[in-house]
Every structure is written in structure tokens, then in C-alpha cells.
Design a protein around this ligand. Structure first.
Ligand SMILES: Nc1nc2c(c(=O)[nH]1)N[C@H]1C(S)=C(S)[C@@H](COP(=O)(O)O)O[C@H]1N2
Ligand SMILES: [Mo]
Length: 200
């Protein structure tokens, strides 16, 4: 009695509150990207941090894997209307990556660049949040190529087109560069709670 009439609605309300406006909850993990899944060659793959930094860096995959590891559980919201709860990402915080390269005083944004030229850009204060990570693991396993493996960017507080798969480079900039979807009419701020889907 208590369970069905009291607790159950409470659970539903709690879930609804975690769903941004006009999003629907999915329990599967949809796959969405432009172009095809790139090949990963551990020998030639690298990760570069460039632009307005005091210490530009190039890391091999093995070097990346020994950086301080973070696990973060977060929700995921695609601008086309689906959301997923409690995705468990393992990787390295953006803020830890930034510490290594030491952004200069004039750096205000960073462009995240993926294989094949997919890009997105964000202000540094949003990138320095502790839930923003470069993920190589998902749910205790290596991140699958189809979901962005070997390395994807994850910024849970933004629509997922900001969470670039197959990341290779971070460029610190003074002006915000237009991203792949942002240049095609999607919002630069991309806050799902304010429903910032388009750039008009
Ligand atoms: N490199 C790259 N990253 C990308 C995209 C893409 O087209 N290319 N699509 C984005 C969009 S719109 C979404 S919803 C998510 C989907 O991630 P998933 O396929 O792991 O669910 O990846 C994002 N990252
Ligand atoms: Mo998306």
C-alpha cells in the first residue's frame, strides 16, 4: 500500500525533475555522430594542448593513460530530445589537463577538436568544472569506438553536441571559435535547462 501510493510517485517525480524541458528518458544508449568512426592506432595517436598556453603539450596514448584518473557519474542530454541518466565516465578532468599546459592570462575559451575536424568551443570557466572530463572509460570498461573511444570529451551540463567524440586536440583561444554544429545553427551556450537549442 505505502509503496504503491506514496513511494512510487515520489520516485517518478524525482526522475522528472532530472529531465530538462522537452527531453525524453532513454534507457538504451543511442549512437549519434556525423561521418564514420575513425580508426585508432595506438602508435600514432596523440593528444595535443596548444594555443594560448605557456607549456604546449603532446601526449601519446600511454602517456595520457597515466594522468590522474577521475570517475564521474552524470546525465547526458542530446539536443534532438533524448536524455540518459547516470553515465559513468572514467578519464581525466579538463582542469587537470589545463594545469599541465598552464593557459596564459589572455586565454578565455578552448576549442575541443576531434578526428575528422569536428570541433566545439566553450568558455574556460565552464570547462574548469569538476564534471568536465576527457573520458577513455565507460562503466568500468574501455570506451567503445562507436561512443568516442579511445577518448571523448564530456561536458554534462551542455547538450551533447558539445561532448565531442574521438578528441585529439585542445586549443586555448582569446575569441570563441565556431564549432561544427554551432556554425550550423545550434546554440553556442547549449544549456539544456534553459532549452538553448538553436542560435537565433
Ligand atoms: N566527433 C563527433 N563527436 C560528437 C558528434 C559528432 O558528430 N562527431 N555528435 C555529438 C552529438 S549530437 C551527440 S548526441 C553525442 C552522441 O554520443 P553517443 O553517440 O555516444 O551517444 O555525440 C556528440 N559528439
Ligand atoms: Mo546530439
Amino acid at each position: 500500500m505505502i509503496c504503491s501510493y506514496f513511494i512510487f510517485p515520489q520516485i517518478i517525480i524525482k526522475f522528472m525533475q532530472r529531465l530538462p524541458p522537452n527531453q525524453r528518458l532513454r534507457t538504451d544508449f543511442p549512437i549519434l555522430h556525423f561521418g564514420k568512426v575513425p580508426e585508432f592506432d595506438r602508435e600514432t595517436w596523440d593528444f595535443r594542448i596548444e594555443g594560448l598556453v605557456e607549456n604546449p603539450i603532446r601526449l601519446t596514448f600511454d602517456e595520457f593513460m597515466v594522468l590522474e584518473k577521475t570517475v564521474d557519474v552524470s546525465d547526458f542530454h542530446c539536443v534532438t530530445g533524448w536524455s540518459k541518466f547516470d553515465l559513468k565516465w572514467e578519464g581525466v578532468r579538463f582542469s587537470d589537463i589545463a594545469k599541465l599546459a598552464r593557459p596564459g592570462a589572455s586565454a578565455r575559451f578552448a576549442t575541443i577538436e576531434a578526428e575528422g575536424g569536428y570541433t566545439t568551443s566553450l568558455p574556460l570557466e565552464e570547462l574548469m568544472e569538476p564534471d568536465v572530463i576527457f573520458a577513455y572509460g565507460f562503466d568500468g570498461k574501455p570506451l567503445e569506438p562507436i561512443h568516442g573511444g579511445p577518448l571523448r570529451f564530456v561536458i554534462p551540463k551542455k547538450y551533447a553536441y558539445k561532448s565531442a567524440k574521438w578528441v585529439r586536440r585542445v586549443i586555448f583561444t582569446y575569441e570563441q571559435e565556431p564549432g561544427f554544429w554551432e556554425a550550423r545553427g545550434y546554440s553556442n551556450s547549449a544549456d539544456p535547462w534553459k532549452e538553448e537549442r538553436y542560435s537565433y
